[in-house]
Design a protein. Sequence first.
Lengths: 66, 473
Amino acid sequence: MPLPETSLETEFETCLARHGIVIADERREVMFQAFLALRGLIAGNRDRLTPALEPAFIHSATREPA
Amino acid sequence: MIDLAAKPLSIAAAGRAFRDGTLSPIALATHCLAQIHRYDGALHSVLLMTEERALEEAHRAETELAAGLDRGPLHGIPYGLKDIIDTAGIRTTCHSQRDIDRVPTADAEVAIRLREAGGVLLGKMATHEFAIGGPSFDLPFPPARNPWNPDHFTGGSSSGSGAAVAAGFMPLALGSDTGWSIRLPAAYCGLAGLKPTYGRVSRRGVAPLSYTLDHLGPLTWTVEDCALAMQVLAGFDADDPGSSRNAVPDYQETLDQGISGLKIGYLRQFHAVGCDRELIQGMDTAMAKLASLGAEIVEVTLPSMHRFQAAQQAILAAEGFSIHGPDLQSRPETYGRNAFERLSMGAFISGADYIDAQRAARELTTAVESVFETVDLIASAAVPTPAPRIEDVEVVPFRSQPPMTAPFNLTGHPALSFCCGYSDTGLPLSLQLVGRYFDEATVLRTGHAYELATSWRERRPVLSESKQAETVI
């Protein structure tokens, strides 16, 4: 299920705060859009992985074998 | 005697001239330095000239060669080092305010190899800040400009290396490549640029951007010159944890053997990523030329570019942040805006994201390896278009569509981009050849055969002294 925008904003702010990264106010929206683009791009790295791709068959207890 | 004003010399041509007595290393070094003084005001390819050292090294080379001491193909050859490569006693800035006063106490391994091979260091070359941020106008030095048209982008991050070799200031410059940073400037500036196999060339003493994606390699005017440079650069280094003990072959030995019988997989699939019509035509024509030289061309496919990009970008962001995170936090004002923002993207990568990306990388590597069970080489576009105007380059925190070079940083295969023609506006077109692990020799042999069969290397940029770059903010 897609996360609501407010959750993404919270994640964005939390990640920056956790690492002590300070973004200028005028660059915040640009960085937020970049965050969304990165997040969207790398989502596929996880979604494609299945137990069948894991030689030891221990990838995830929550998924059925492909 | 050689007329240096006629056209710049390749490494191979200069080496022959040194040995038949028609040129001296001092004359070549002096000419190269004069060309930089005369033309680099418009191109900004060199951050720091090492003029005194260059003349000393050229004098030494001349004396040694005259005495019969021959250090090999780079003896007396002028070169430049991207300014992320440490040079003992010589300022190494990474093109950044953060390191503006940094003077290393030791040479990088590649700097040692070039020095011991008798090379002549002309200077430290412009780069995108920390090999990631640029082209930028808020740094201590302006961005390099493309000699084919200074209004256009050189590509990066080895921007000064690409511009200087294309301008004929030097026949060799070193670059680093984490996703495209050798092959992109090589493509935009009409050069041969080789990203060797992961582990083939030591990275010790070079500012890291990504531990598992970084590679070092040469940018030269010809593919033959790449082979000559690799003979010096390649080899095991116990102090680089990623370095390989694989034996280094004699690249020159096989360079002229032709490509009859080679099977080349043509990856048209990468054209789908917004490839320019002229570029596709240039590549199709190049593939036909390779076929006429005896290669068999077959179509191959790989997983989508999107999947390679997803893994490469996650790993780059995480590893870059691991390296720069503390400084992004404690002294952000010492970074230019683009490097700061691009490196800060790593704050959004979790441990699980990184592991997922590494697992995807393994799967994608297996897919590339399976293609190499049926072909000797893979050919694809390196970039989707000729060099854009520098003012049109999207300088953003995150680039969702990097060039078609990035997949082979993820997999570690050797990849060469080289010139395969020119656009209607006179900008270089390029082709990428990818080889099996540690088979740089076949990649270089194929590129060399193509260059010998075409006339693209006869054309050079026309330089202008008067063209002024934009004011640095």
